[in-house]
Design a protein around this ligand. Structure first.
Ligand SMILES: C[S@@+](CC[C@H](N)C(=O)[O-])C[C@H]1O[C@@H](n2cnc3c(N)ncnc32)[C@H](O)[C@@H]1O
Length: 272
């Protein structure tokens, strides 16, 4: 059995707690229902893009958690065979109880995938690679995903970046609110390092070139929601940072994304 580093223990322990607390609930790994909904909508739009749909039969989700997302995607795309891979046996145990047709669940580590080269037509991640706590390990994960992805296959990379995180905290500080600390189990990407590095193996694709509407698969899809829920809302309510699903927050969640005030962003990458 593989030895886990202390970082791996932080991740395993965190997701064990999530499994115990939320079981198969929607708030597992993200206690913000609007963020959840926006992520799933974006992933659904992505797989519905004609350029993606026509070549996509085998899809890998890296870090499928309790399969909240797969539970929505599978009925929407019954002809796709999905593989949900996760590091946490506690979350996978819950995922398997969903008995989803045409979905396989496997325990594994993105840094060391057990699939043959070019096994998948598309891969997506949802706040998973930020759990690798060093840039070196993140590079390892990215190289493994590239290896198992077919040539010209897509990687939908929904991860967190320091840029939007910093702007969000600047907005909060200007208004007298404290900075939101980076979660202990996350290491956000620095675009100045990420973009040149990723461009060696992948093209960074503009989803509108694939036929997406301007807001369907927007890179900054979460920005307006984060600004509302994490700046405006605590300001108006004099500091309750945890009320992420009020009517005020819901109202602004219908607005198009604006600016760059969320760490979470969506990159569409195509393997060269
Ligand atoms: C934020 S959660 C994603 C949740 C999932 N997409 C869902 O719909 O609920 C990130 C997931 O990545 C998994 N993970 C963390 N490190 C990993 C690794 N090295 N390899 C594979 N999965 C990993 C975690 O166990 C966790 O389930």
């Amino acid at each position: 059995m593989k030895e886990f580093s202390s970082n791996d223990k932080i991740i395993k322990d965190h997701y064990k707690t999530q499994a115990e607390k939320h079981k198969d609930g929607a708030l597992s790994t993200m206690e913000d229902p609007i963020t959840r909904k926006k992520e799933v909508n974006l992933i659904t739009h992505f797989f519905n893009l004609p350029a993606v749909k026509k070549n996509t039969q085998k899809v890998l989700e890296i870090g499928c958690g309790n399969a909240y997302t797969l539970n929505i995607l599978q009925p929407a795309f019954p002809n796709i065979h999905f593989t949900g891979l996760d590091f946490s046996e506690d979350l996978l145990e819950i995922a398997r109880t969903r008995n989803l047709p045409n979905v396989s669940f496997e325990q594994g580590d993105v840094r060391e995938l057990k699939y043959a080269d070019e096994s998948f037509d598309a891969i997506y991640t949802e706040r998973c690679i930020i759990n690798l706590l060093t840039w070196e390990e993140q590079q390892q994960g990215l190289l493994e995903m590239k290896r198992v992805l077919k040539k010209r296959g897509y990687l939908l990379f929904i991860e967190s970046f320091t840029e939007g995180y910093d702007t969000l905290n600047i907005a909060r500080n200007e208004l007298g609110l404290d900075s939101i600390p980076m979660p202990h189990h996350n290491n956000y990407f620095d675009k100045a390092i990420f973009e040149p590095w990723i461009s060696e193996g992948f093209e960074i694709v503009d989803p509108e070139d694939l036929g997406a509407g301007p807001y369907d698969v927007a890179r900054n899809f979460m920005s307006t929601h984060y600004f509302t829920a994490r700046v405006l809302h605590p300001l108006i309510t004099k500091g309750d940072p945890h009320m992420k699903n009020t009517e005020l927050v819901k109202f602004f969640s219908f607005m198009p994304p604006s600016g760059n005030y969320s760490p979470i962003e969506a990159y569409v990458l195509r393997k060269k």
